[in-house]
Design a protein around this ligand. Structure first.
Ligand code: PLP
Length: 406
């Protein structure tokens, strides 16, 4: 029997990304409408009462839900293969809500150490203030995960590939340890993108995104998404979001919906460019010599990446992020940045424009020198988000800039 072709869950990925979640108004518009409204009216007092009692479907207030935002949530649900999703005003609002909505004093959280800077603040500084014990482990070392995850562990958090050193962590192995302990696994899947890696299929319970990155993909809006089981989203996350208010603007949701329509195409080109650029630059004399097993240029799609085999098992391609160490330390790295003519110095990522940042003095300057050293964030490290320009122009720009390194 053929599958029901009216059920969007049976559509292929490209079709889900273009049409999933679309809900037309009575005007029959082809492009999704922007419902730029904070409130909704009711036909009668009885209708308002019923809607507030959840006895009648419909919207009541855009902090709780909005038609444009809901279209984005449904398209994300179909993309991820999750049961449900909720959108938030930023990626950090998504991470914060995903953690806060399910934790209480006395719980324990185990997280990989190499996480996005603001996530390190939430897990390392904020949660302990409310009586949540947190333990940070070296994410590539399964023995550390095993030692840290215990009977009081409620949430296990990880990000892979990690920022900015592009370590690849074994989602399935960590999820198996968490499951045995009765803990839930939350994965920040931003660097991998929803196209290249499916954490839920690997055993994760909850996936979070900064939609600011590849989902918008054109550097316009902040946004975030949390995806998981229907029960988690409805019973734990939604009450937290309704009452604390990190709602996504309907306009930004519309931008994200449009971003999703081209996500698969863009990610394919991002990956193609990143792979070719990484290969072209790997042997450049301006790149520092390997440090032990770690090459001077890191790209998960290259066989010399320390976790290349794992990366190819759990991702369908190496992604669009490349990290490399410039010869000549901080001065060398700065000379490279200042010599760039095309690639922009910016800490954002997943943009159509190629962007490069010096993590030690920007995104990770809050850390102590020891903490940075532990994470492998040297003064010579640069993190590159490869965009959608013609890769020949990118290779030329980075090559001439690297000539200035040593
Ligand atoms: C950008 C980013 C975030 C935070 O997202 P915002 O939209 O900037 O709030 C979280 N995790 C990762 C891996 C990111 O790259």
């Amino acid at each position: 029997m053929s599958k029901d072709s009216t059920d969007p869950r049976n559509w292929q990925l490209a079709t889900r990304l273009v049409r999933g979640g679309t809900r037309r108004s009575e005007h029959g518009e082809t492009s999704e409408a922007i419902f730029m409204t904070s409130g909704f009216r009711y036909d009668s007092a009885e209708a308002a009462e019923a809607r507030f009692r959840n006895e009648q479907p419909g919207f009541v207030y855009s902090r709780f839900g909005n038609p444009t935002v809901e279209m984005f949530e449904q398209r994300m649900t179909l993309l991820e293969g999750a049961e449900a999703a909720r959108a938030t005003a930023s990626g950090m609002a998504a991470v914060n809500a995903a953690l806060m909505c399910q934790l209480k004093a006395g719980d324990e959280v185990v997280s990989s150490r190499a996480v996005f800077g603001s996530i390190a603040y939430i897990i390392g500084d904020l949660l302990p203030r409310f009586g949540v014990k947190t333990t940070m482990v070296d994410g590539t070392d399964l023995a550390q995960w095993q030692a840290a995850i215990g009977p009081r562990t409620r949430v296990v958090f990880l990000e892979t590939p990690s920022n900015p050193t592009l370590e690849v962590l074994d989602i399935a192995a960590v999820a198996a340890l968490a499951r045995k302990a009765g803990a839930r696994v939350v994965v920040d899947n931003v660097f991998a993108t929803p196209v290249l890696q499916k954490p839920l299929e690997l055993g994760a319970d909850i996936v979070v995104y900064s939609a600011t990155k590849h989902i918008d993909g054109q550097g316009r809006c902040l946004g975030g998404v949390v995806l998981g089981s229907q029960a988690f989203i409805a019973d734990e996350l939604t009450p937290y979001l309704r009452h604390t208010g990190p709602a996504l603007s309907p306009f930004n949701a519309w931008v994200m919906l449009k971003g999703l329509e081209t996500l698969e195409l863009r990610v394919a080109r991002h990956v193609e460019n990143a792979a070719r650029l990484a290969d072209a630059l790997a042997g450049h004399p301006g790149i520092a010599a390997p440090a032990g097993r770690v090459p001077g240029l890191l790209y998960p799609g290259r066989p010399d990446h320390p976790q290349h085999d794992l990366a190819m098992r759990q991702m369908t391609a190496g992604g669009n992020m490349v990290a490399f160490r410039a010869k000549g330390g901080k001065a060398g790295a700065f000379r490279v940045l200042n010599a760039l003519k095309l690639v922009d110095i910016s800490n954002n990522l997943g943009d159509s424009k190629s962007l490069v940042t010096h993590p030690a003095t920007t995104t990770h300057q809050r850390l102590t020198a020891e903490e940075r050293a532990h994470l492998g964030i040297g003064d010579d490290l640069l993190r590159l988000s490869v965009g959608l320009e013609d890769v020949r122009d990118l290779i030329a720009d980075l090559s001439q800039a690297l000539d200035k390194a040593g």
